[in-house]
Structures are given as C-alpha cells and as structure tokens.
Design a protein around this ligand. Structure first.
Ligand SMILES: C[S@@+](CC[C@H](N)C(=O)[O-])C[C@H]1O[C@@H](n2cnc3c(N)ncnc32)[C@H](O)[C@@H]1O
Ligand SMILES: [Zn+2]
Length: 277
C-alpha cells in the first residue's frame, strides 16, 4: 500500500486523536486526503503520508545531512541500552503513544521493534526530521507540528515520550489520559563528556538539576532511572557523531583523529511521571 493510503487509513481510524490547531475544534471529516475541521480549516496528507500543522514556517538548525548522521548513529545502537531501560518502564505497551520532538523518529522505531504495539504518533517542528522519518520507518504516523500549538485532542494518550526534546507539562497533562505516563529522557552530567571536553570552558560541565526539579514539581511521585554506558565508535562513526549534534560542528577535521572520541560516555536520566488519576 502507498504511504499516503496507509496514512489515510490510520487517520480515518484515529481521527479522534487530533484537533485543529487553529480553532481547537475536532476534525470530523477526512475527505480524500484532506482533513477538515468544523470551521473549514484544512490540512492535506503529503505523498509521504505526513501532515503539516505548522501555522508559521519554522527554521530548524537540523539539516538533512545532520539527521542522516543521527540516523546512522541510532542504527549502530548508540541509544539502545537507554531505550531498553525506557521500554521496560512503559506501563501500557498497547496504549496510544506520542513521541514529542521525535527528530527523525529512530527511538520510536526501535521501541516498536521491541514490542510497543499501540498506535505511535511522532511529531517534530523540523520538517526535515519528519520527512526523513516518514521515508524510513513504517508503523509510525509522522507529523510536523509545534508543541506550543499542538494539533492533538485532550486526554487521548497513554504515553508521552519526551526524549532530549522540549517539554510543556501543562500541555502534556492535557494530552494524557488520567494515569497516563510521561517519560522524559535528559542528559546526565557526564553525557558525551568526551565531546564536551572540546567545548569552551564554561560549557564543559552540565547540570540537569533545573530540568529535573521542574519535572518533579509537576510529577512529585516521579521515579528516576540513571542509565550509564559507553559506546565505541570507528572512524566513520566518529564523523557521524560529530555531525549529529551542534556540540560537534565546530570541531576541526584534524581533531577528529583524537582518540578520546572513539570511546563515548552515554550518561542519561529517565524520568517517569504519571498524570493523577
Ligand atoms: C535534541 S533533538 C532530539 C530529537 C530526538 N528526540 C532524539 O532524541 O534523537 C530535539 C528535537 O526537538 C525538536 N523541537 C524543538 N522545539 C520543538 C517544538 N516547539 N515542537 C516540536 N518539536 C520541537 C527539534 O526540532 C529537535 O528535533
Ligand atoms: Zn479549525
């Protein structure tokens, strides 16, 4: 089946998960490949099967080559130990999941491979990320949208995945069903420390205290799970690794030989909160 038709089938079954980001009303019609709200705001499915909900254009710093590098790094397993732990923390494997700020979607794709079985919707403000994700992965419904003007209906989601991406807890609680889970992944203090060593002095250390405190204010009963491991990279992977994050962009080619970048520390914290029942 063509991607656009697969997406159309998904949308017609899951129309209740969405709302119009312009007038906040529900979508009650899918006419051909066009979604319209009761106020006649309409959004067209693209050939790739994605929807574009941005009300104003957004310029992303993430280019296609950078996203391709990030995708290759994901594929070689860079985040797998973290994702294995994250997967074990998901309460409702068959629930509706929303991947917020999904980038090119590799994390959701991996979780589906592991057994995440309900509908998975992934969105990002970056069109490049969403396009690459939609071209690469099956079984994820991708859309371009801004968390600040989200096109999702109230209390329809069981799980929100918020992996290294921005948060809006008021919005997360609006979207989650009562008792639903928000799973947020943030860097630990030693995350990519070998790369941080190349940064100006003031950027070499990182504290997640503020982000963690904010999460705990919204979800006082939240649990915290530290994940720490290291990954060995070959020369090609070091190049992709440097391309995939803004921290790597200014590092000169000659410095790429530096041995320390072939052995990278992944230090992350997974925060899990539930919306009250
Ligand atoms: C560091 S990347 C993480 C991407 C992916 N979750 C991952 O871990 O590979 C942060 C992502 O958040 C997205 N983002 C930033 N602001 C956003 C917003 N207001 N709405 C949706 N996505 C946003 C960026 O475009 C980017 O793809
Ligand atoms: Zn509308």
């Amino acid at each position: 089946m063509k991607k656009i038709d697969k997406a159309k089938t998904f949308l017609s079954e899951q129309l209740h998960l969405f709302k119009c980001p312009v007038c906040q009303r529900s979508f009650d019609a899918l006419d051909g490949y066009q979604l319209s709200c009761t106020h006649n705001h309409s959004f067209d499915l693209s050939k790739k099967g994605t929807l574009h909900f941005l009300l104003k254009p957004s310029k992303s710093e993430y280019s296609r080559p950078m996203l391709l590098s990030r995708q290759r790094i994901a594929k070689m397993g860079f985040w797998q130990p973290m994702l294995d732990t994250l997967y074990s923390l998901i309460e409702n494997i068959n629930g509706v999941a929303l991947d917020v700020g999904c980038g090119e979607g590799a994390h959701s794709a991996y979780l589906i491979e592991k057994g995440l079985a309900g509908p998975v919707i992934a969105f990002d403000i970056s069109k490049e990320g969403v396009n690459l994700g939609a071209a690469t992965y099956e079984d994820i419904f991708f859309l371009v949208a801004d968390l600040a003007q989200s096109p999702f209906a109230t209390e329809q989601f069981d799980t929100i995945l918020n992996i290294l991406s921005p948060s809006n807890y008021e919005e997360f609680n609006r979207l989650l069903k009562p008792g639903g889970q928000v799973i947020k992944v943030i860097p630990g203090k030693d995350y990519l420390k070998e790369l941080r060593a190349f940064q100006p002095k003031e950027n070499q250390s990182y504290s997640n205290k503020e982000v963690k405190d904010k999460f705990m204010t919204h979800y006082p009963k939240a649990s915290e799970h530290a994940v720490r491991y290291s990954v060995d990279l070959n020369d090609e992977e070091v190049t992709d690794f440097l391309n995939m994050t803004p921290l790597g962009w200014h590092i000169e080619a000659s410095e790429k030989e530096i041995v320390s970048l072939h052995h990278i520390t992944v230090d992350m914290v997974i925060l899990v909160g539930n919306k009250p029942q």
